[in-house]
Each structure stands twice: as C-alpha cells, then as structure tokens.
Design a protein around this ligand. Structure first.
Ligand code: FES
Length: 138
C-alpha cells in the first residue's frame, strides 16, 4: 500500500510543489543539467529556487524568490550567473548575496532535502553560511 509522505514535518518542513499544487518529484528536477535553477512553491507558498549541483544533487539550501528591496520576484540569469530583479535593478550572485543594490540584504534561504523522490523545504534558522551571522529573517 502506498503511504503518502507527511505534508508538514515536525520541523516545519513542507513538500515542494509546482504552481498547480502538485508534488514535484526530485527526479524531475535532477533530470536537468547541473547549474539549473528550478522554481518551486516553498514555505507558505513562496516561490523558491532549487539548484542542481555539479554532482547532480539538490543543493542543501533553496533561495527564496523575494527581492529584499521591495519584494519583487526575479528571474535567474544563467549567462551572468546572477539573480536579477527587474523592478529596480538589484542583482544577487548565485548564492543570493547582493552584488548591486538597492537591495539591502542577501536573499532568504530555506533548507532543502530529498526523502525518497520528494523534496522537503524547511525554515532556515541557523547561521547564514554566507555571512557567518544569525539570518536577518529569523
Ligand atoms: S524590488 Fe527588487 S530591486 Fe526593488
């Protein structure tokens, strides 16, 4: 008998879904080439970028698609290896650090893990590995 995975984990994690609310199998994203940024519905439905790593896994952090300037969503530009916000021109590097303002803060992170073929996204409350400090969103 198929037992569906728990929708909400004890750690506050949720299962990644697509824009239509369907679960996204990890294998679907991992079929794409390394460096791919895949947008999924993450915590509280917030669009979140997942990254396919060089060794064909999902990076352990997701990047929330919410500009820290005024909250626009933004595309990934693979040619420049940046997230580029169309609203006022902010740019972030491949890990979500600000490269050019007016955005004042790095992009929010979320934990990403794979269980079976499901992707779990959990709140990130530990030290921000990019700054070595407590995250601004906690
Ligand atoms: S909302 Fe992104 S630069 Fe202003």
């Amino acid at each position: 008998m198929f037992v569906p995975p728990q929708e909400v984990g004890e750690d506050g994690s949720i299962l990644a879904k697509d824009i239509n609310g369907n679960l996204i199998p990890a294998s679907q994203i991992l079929a794409k080439p390394p460096g791919t940024r895949a947008l999924v519905a993450g915590l509280a439905g917030e669009p979140t970028y997942l990254t396919v790593t060089k060794d064909n896994k999902l990076h352990s952090w997701g990047i929330v698609d919410n500009c820290t300037h005024l909250g626009c969503t933004f595309p990934w530009n693979p040619n420049e290896n940046q997230f580029q916000c169309p609203c006022h021109g902010s740019r972030y590097d491949h890990e979500g650090r600000v490269v050019r303002g007016p955005a004042p803060l790095p992009l929010q992170l979320a934990h990403v893990s794979v269980a079976g073929d499901y992707i779990r996204i959990a709140p990130w409350t530990d030290i921000d590995p990019r700054t070595g400090k407590k995250p601004w969103w906690v």
